[in-house]
Design a protein around this ligand. Structure first.
Ligand code: THU
Length: 127
């Protein structure tokens, strides 16, 4: 699937965000190596720290559906430059491999990057 098509799916997901506190909806979509699509949007809470980002909702949806191999993650928000994922999401991404990540905005601008570029020297539980 083309990046532009994935960005459209992420924008649809962004419209389903629950972000009454920040007013900052975010959408995400994952395509797995098996070709399946999983979406996510940010879900906020009146206890602010319980908020979960769109990227993690999409990743957890894919993983809890039994998928383990992520091909690509796309994230979109209404920002002047393509939105950049938070540190917690970068760590969660790194758990599931060094996949491609597309950062986009509503103006159609996007950046292609990957997990190892977003989070170099990621923590791994190695003893
Ligand atoms: N947010 C995301 O969903 N993804 C990011 O990469 C950054 C931040 C959400 C969390 C919160 O609901 C809102 O954006 C403002 O921080």
């Amino acid at each position: 699937m083309k990046n532009e098509d994935l960005i459209k799916i992420a924008i649809d997901s962004m419209k389903r965000a629950y972000a009454p506190y920040s007013g900052f909806p975010v959408g995400a979509v994952i395509i797995t190596k098996s070709g399946k699509i999983f979406t996510g949007s940010n879900i906020e809470n009146s206890s602010y720290g319980l908020t979960i980002c769109a990227e993690r909702v999409a990743i957890f949806s894919a993983i809890s559906s039994g998928e383990r191999e992520i091909e690509k993650l796309v994230v979109v928000a209404d920002t002047p430059e393509p939105v950049s994922p938070c540190g917690a999401c970068r760590q969660v991404m790194s758990e599931f491999g060094d996949f491609e990540v597309i950062l986009a905005n509503l103006a159609g601008k996007y950046i292609k990057t990957r997990v190892s570029e977003l989070l170099p020297y990621a923590f791994k539980l190695e003893r």
